[in-house]
Design a protein around this ligand. Structure first.
Ligand code: AMP
Ligand code: MN
Ligand code: MN
Length: 337
């Protein structure tokens, strides 16, 4: 596999030529995956193409992102059996396309637009920018490269992608360029009051109850440098919350004073655990996720482990402790040199 980027101009050219385009956000869409898909779908539709978004299986749009749907958005529409282009957004590798891989490959050309360091350049044309805050930031540049005027619908998709992936412009993936892009989104007339209210002031009460249960059961280890917690099926039953409402809870765990690494175990079933990992400053959790065929960024990574909750808890505690030990040793070594 050639790990080399195509240019955005080359990708824009292919997209301009295409008549039918399928957009593939990663499984369990987040704000970046869906916001990027919305912006791209609107842009391509307004330039006259047949285009639709293909989420995994029967996965729905998470309720906190449903407000982004507009008249340009089509989801799982029949467009073509042999689409000109299939384009993956915010997916580091083909495992994030799960059961859709064959359909993705049915594109005459496949394209991969992403910002994860663990991206393995799985498509015919790839554009991976690990300096970009979000895939949405890259989609902004791609739409411009296609000479598409960014309207309010596209701008709102991009804004949601950027705002959610940067934790509201707090995380260190936020750059000057991020803010420059956002300043242009304001020129397109985004309704910030509506977006912020939908994203950040619209928490279902069940989610707060779930947060309460999770925080009641946090375990700290490595002298408080690490914490681990679980969102269990039992908690979902107790609180009435849904697993996709765990979004953002891992960041709460990382925010605890003294914590460098936070881990949240999401119990999908008794033999499938989705693991979320976060680092605060010097840690690189993508290394831990990679041991389980997962991926992500230095400070935000994840993987899925096909074992029971308590086994996965043990594995993660051991791996995080080993990782912290190795990093501490390296730091000490450098200091004594
Ligand atoms: P999450 O904890 O689910 O919010 O994911 C954090 C980061 O890790 C995101 O950038 C994801 O794209 C990435 N990630 C999560 N799960 C996986 C996985 N199973 N494989 C590859 N990357 C993942
Ligand atoms: Mn994502
Ligand atoms: Mn992203």
């Amino acid at each position: 596999m050639m790990m080399k980027n195509s240019t955005l101009d080359d990708i824009a050219y292919k997209l301009r030529e295409a008549k039918t385009v399928l957009i593939y956000p990663h499984v369990l869409m987040d704000g970046d995956a869906f916001g990027s898909s919305v912006a791209l779908c609107c842009g391509l539709k307004k330039s006259g193409k047949k285009v639709t978004i293909i989420p995994e299986g029967d996965e729905g749009v998470p309720s906190y992102l449903a407000f982004l749907q507009n008249q340009c958005i089509s989801i799982r529409e029949i467009v073509s059996d042999e689409p000109d282009v299939c384009i993956a957004v915010d997916s580091s590798d083909t495992s994030r396309l799960e059961g859709r891989l064959d359909r993705f490959k049915s594109g005459k050309i496949t394209i991969n637009i992403d910002h994860h360091i663990t991206n393995n350049f799985f498509a015919d044309m790839n554009y991976v920018d690990t300096e970009a805050s979000s895939t949405g930031e890259i989609i902004f540049r791609l739409l411009k490269a296609m000479d598409i005027e960014i309207d309010k619908d596209m701008a709102e998709g991009i804004y949601v992608a950027i705002s959610t992936d940067t934790g509201g412009f707090q995380y260190t993936n936020t750059t000057k360029n991020t803010h420059l892009v956002v300043s242009e989104l304001f020129d397109s007339g985004i309704d910030l009051e509506r977006i912020s209210a939908e994203l950040y002031e619209n928490t279902p009460y069940e989610k707060l109850k779930l947060i309460g249960e999770i925080l009641d059961n946090v375990e700290d280890f490595c002298d408080g440098q690490a914490v681990i917690a679980a969102a269990t099926l039992k908690m979902m039953e107790n609180t009435g919350a849904l697993m996709d409402q765990t979004e953002g809870i891992i960041e709460l765990l990382r925010s605890i004073s003294g914590v460098e690494i936070a881990c949240l175990l999401k119990e999908v079933s008794d033999s499938q655990i989705k693991v979320s990992l976060r680092a605060k400053t010097y840690g690189d959790v993508s290394k831990i996720a990679a041991q389980y065929k997962g991926g992500g960024h230095k400070k935000a990574a994840g993987c899925t482990v096909y074992q029971g909750l308590e086994e996965v808890r043990k594995l993660m505690k051991k791996d995080i402790a080993t990782y912290l030990q190795t990093v501490t040793n390296n730091i000490n070594e450098q200091e004594t040199r």
